[in-house]
Design a protein around this ligand. Sequence first.
Ligand code: GLN
Ligand code: ZN
Length: 759
Amino acid sequence: MKTSVIGYPRIGSLRELKFAEEAYFRNEISETELRQTAGTLRRAHWQSQKDALIDYIPCNDFSFYDTVLDTAVLFNVIPARYKALGLSVLDTYFSMARGYQGSNGDVRALAMKKWFNTNYHYIVPEIDDDTTIQLTGTKPLDDYLEARKAGINAKVVITGAYTFLKLARYTGQYSAEHYAGDLINAYIELIGKCSGAGVSWIQFDEPFLVHDMNDADIKLFSRIYDSILANKQNCNILLQTYFGDIRDIYSKAVTMPFDGIGIDFAEGRQSLSLVEKYGFPSDKLLFAGLVNGKNIWKNHYAVTLDTLTLLKKLTGDNNNIVLGTSCSLQHVPYTLANESILGHEYTSHFAFAVEKLDELRELKVLADLDSYNDIPEYAANCELFANGRNCGNEAVAKRLTEVTDNEYTRLPKRAERLKIQKDTFRLPVLPTTTIGSFPQTKAVKANRSAYKKGRISKEEYVAFNRSKIAECVRLQEDIGLDVLVHGEYERNDMVEYFGECLNGFLFTEKAWVQSYGTRCVKPPVIWGDISREKPMTVDWSVYAQSLTCKPMKGMLTGPVTILNWSFPREDISLKDSTMQIALAIRDEVLDLEANGIRIIQIDEAALREKLPLRKSDWYDDYLDWAIPAFRLVHSGVKPDTQIHTHMCYSEFTDIIPAIEAMDADVITFEASRSDLQILDALKADNFQTEVGPGVYDIHSPRIPSVEEIKAAVNKMLTKIDSDKLWINPDCGLKTRGEYETKASLINLVEAARQLRNEL
Ligand code: GLN
Ligand code: ZN
């Protein structure tokens, strides 16, 4: 049995890449130094895989920011405004990823979107009428040659042409089909170079194939791969899919001359039945994704080996199965070796990237044996699963069964509530607010870390945060914002914070996962039933409110987001886990209200994240419980308590009824990076919730001008009534510096002031 890894985390086990890049951005290290760090990481990652005897080790899965952006740059999909900056190759690349503001010009970053159903974000390639697609880069080859120097004949990984064309944004007059010809040629040229360099396998990542496909999609796919496969020279071509099954293209793909096809048996609900129904030809390799690349749970060897046996039988015992990960391991943390606090009773159930490599190493041996029952590795794995986990809480389970139907509905209806709230708050038209967090400076992080490590007392910790809150309130009052926030200084992360306050979660020390570019998150693990012991945010919010007459927004994270940004259990349904969290957050909402907090924001930043990739599954599998879970959180409040929610990214045009059914009073969301495309969907007749489409991009350090903000708001006002519109940045400010935050918010408030006069 051979083994394959689709992709490996690149940020470094201790986030070395992040820190090197940030130092480079601050001009503290040179490009050469940054490249050295990157090379060291790549070699370390290859070595771990070599040590685990992986047969198909990926290269070019490394990236300074994002591999889709790498692919765009490789094929010259670089909009003119970035080229015009006249920066170095690397800095041009970073300007596309992060925007640029400096002596060479002022441009915004490209759009960024969620990578399928994960919490990773890719940079959206932008193709316009001036784009000439051609092979202009060498990165895949450079990486391949570097791997070979390290003694590895690596598999070259690259975003496939179909997925690339599907993910790109077309700002000119043409669509994907128009560019397919040039793109195919560019890929063929790349294959030629790979072939010349001795590459034996190229893995084309085509996750987009797990979506619903129509005839035009199938035609496009065939056009691409008929050409590519006719020109593969000495390379073997692996069609790699993941994040689901490929039911619309499977029967066709297996008849095409691919040398390997990668199928996801973890998330692909129909993968097995597709193999059963259509078979799998003996002339190609089936890369069977059986070691889950998304979860952190140990692989259940008995189940995996049974599936392998079945697959072997279905494929006619041709020895053409390769055991692999279900997707890139970039979605799991690096290694359990960095975890010193969690007890063995927990960690024995976990496998991060390095441990998943161990699983592949062990399974590879077991899969070739006729009988493995007595093999210690197998026996140990069986025992682990036979013993189960100690994670239940009867009271929680009972409370969930007692929830009544009317607890999912807030009364009176929104239209009536909004009237009451207008009277209560008497906010100006176009009220200004922020999304919650303020810059997490070194001092803020140091305070939390000192407290966590026991170096300062609780009193000292609280006193520091209170001083920051006071500073933040003063700043917002000085700037003239209307609805204030406390700044979230106590929070490392909007999910981790709540996880730490709730029972049922486990925390890691170093289990970082890349979210976008240099940003990583450390998702908690949902280990057991969730409950709240005591209020989690009330003291901070009440203190902040005591400092101002303006309304102070309470700030919570919603149940769906907490679930989606955690590693979930697999022994109970996602729905049940979410409802448990919803009940805990509901208690917090009611406590905030009882303590005088009259506006409460419940962030559902990640609501869309776990939306099934196939539209047909959206409601049944997800929205039909996710939206009620949100309503359960806030349905108990009084009519004059205003409920806000916030969602990152604006891609909810297609689920507008579901968003409306969350029944919040106000929703803020990102819109600035997607050119306000969402606005049409928010016209009054189909959307009553008040809205705050972010007026500037906080993912970039550039300061928006008053004019720019006014232009954005004026555009909004063409679609949205002024009495329904809020003015706010597009997300929390925690990753920003203090200087740019203040300057940007001053411009935001000034823009609102001028606009009010112009109404
Ligand atoms: N309230 C959170 C913050 O401001 C929201 C963050 C998010 O949407 N990702 O940081
Ligand atoms: Zn956000």
